[in-house]
Design a protein around this ligand. Structure first.
Ligand SMILES: C[S@@+](CC[C@H](N)C(=O)[O-])C[C@H]1O[C@@H](n2cnc3c(N)ncnc32)[C@H](O)[C@@H]1O
Length: 363
């Protein structure tokens, strides 16, 4: 809950008006109906007053939190700058209860301080605290502040986890939908109930989940990735959304381990530009699709840093023409292209043997 939001007291203590029945409640001694009714009203009024008082206490405690935590953070900063470690750490212990994203700088400083003092366990615990609050700029972890522990395996794992959080936040950022147009992409994919789909480089599941919903209970999706952190994140998401028709597959860089000839569509969104030997990759993809199955490639158009100061760097970008060449080498031909995405091309490929008669329909 944001502290600035007004607090709905009835939600905190479930303050529903107590029903006043015409019968005396069973917890009252046997008295006349009229008296029992009056007593019941009295009991309800008392209970209601107590509940409201409690709610007000909770609300006022909440409304004071920002002020308390702000002043604690300021006092901590003062002690930290004065290198008064005992005092700073004492304040930090109280700050723990306010471990929110806005105090992440303070949490980080506490981790640094513990590290400097040689309190390795505490330093890790505060770093984990930072991660748990949400967004984390993992580049800070490379800072010299953690020199004495940075070579440790535990530190490496923490860094990996921070990196994954950032990577996932990037895929899931709200603004992505402005250029990624997921609903329109889903329309062009035209998945049918019962289809089997491989989402290679599934990442955080940006497309895996809509695809799984589109193919329904009869269908099946293989979410394939080389990073366990992505699959772990996706597993949680699938549980939360109660999606049960997705199989997670952890694979090696150069082999998506597709089940032979059993896939209706292979989807690769923003992943082909990572792959060095694309012809070898295309050969592995070719075994997956069933007769008539398609491979859909969505990847970034070539643009300079000036034109697009984000996304894959120019030296890593991959032109649509190059994909045509690499895929043609193993008999995969373009059958349809879509031009509605401002930053990416979207092209469907099919094995020559299963293509409909007539020329390839490339755009
Ligand atoms: C830029 S993300 C795209 C994720 C997702 N497709 C999306 O559109 O949000 C690329 C993903 O591909 C994965 N990846 C990179 N190389 C891979 C490979 N050779 N095989 C399988 N996955 C790979 C990465 O771990 C990452 O999760």
């Amino acid at each position: 809950m944001q502290y600035s939001e007004s607090i709905d007291l009835s939600r905190i203590l479930d303050l529903k008006p107590l029903p006043l029945s015409s019968k005396p409640p069973s917890y009252l001694p046997h008295v006349s109906a009229k008296r029992a009714h009056l007593v019941a009203i009295l009991v309800h009024v008392i209970l209601g007053t107590v509940a409201i008082c409690l709610a007000l206490c909770v609300a006022s405690a909440h409304s004071k939190e920002p002020a308390v935590s702000d002043s604690l953070a300021a006092a901590f900063q003062q002690a930290y700058e004065a290198e008064d470690s005992p005092l700073a750490l004492q304040i930090a212990e109280q700050l723990k209860d306010f471990a929110q994203a806005e105090y992440i700088g303070t949490l980080y400083s506490v981790a640094v301080m513990h590290c400097r003092l040689g309190h390795t366990d505490e330093s890790y615990s505060w770093l984990e605290n930072c991660l748990a609050t949400g967004f984390w700029n993992f580049r800070h972890l490379r800072d010299d502040d953690f020199q004495s522990i940075r070579e440790e395996e535990r530190f490496g794992k923490l860094m990996q986890s921070a990196w994954a959080k950032q990577y996932i936040a990037m895929f899931e950022r709200k603004e992505r939908s402005e250029f990624q147009k997921p609903d329109e992409v889903m329309k062009t994919l035209a998945m049918k109930p019962g289809e089997r789909v491989a989402d290679i480089g599934a990442g955080s599941g940006y497309f895996t989940i809509p695809v799984a919903k589109a193919v329904g209970h009869e269908g099946l999706v293989w979410a394939i990735d080389i990073r366990q952190e992505m699959l772990d994140y996706l597993r949680n998401l699938l549980e939360e959304e109660q999606v049960e028709n997705v199989r997670l597959m952890f694979v090696d860089m150069d082999d998506p381990q597709l089940p032979d000839g059993r896939i209706d569509q292979i989807l690769m969104t923003d992943i082909l530009h990572y792959i060095q030997d694309r012809t070898a990759c295309a050969a592995k993809l070719r075994v997956g699709p069933a007769t008539g199955g398609r491979i859909v490639i969505i990847d970034y158009r070539l643009k300079s840093w000036e034109e697009r100061p984000w996304g894959p760097p120019p030296e890593q970008q991959l032109s649509r023409d190059q994909v045509d060449v690499d895929f043609a080498a193993v008999g995969l031909m373009p059958v349809r292209g879509h031009e509605f995405l401002p930053e990416q091309y979207s092209v469907e490929y099919m094995a020559e043997r299963s293509m409909p008669a007539g020329p390839a329909l490339s755009t």
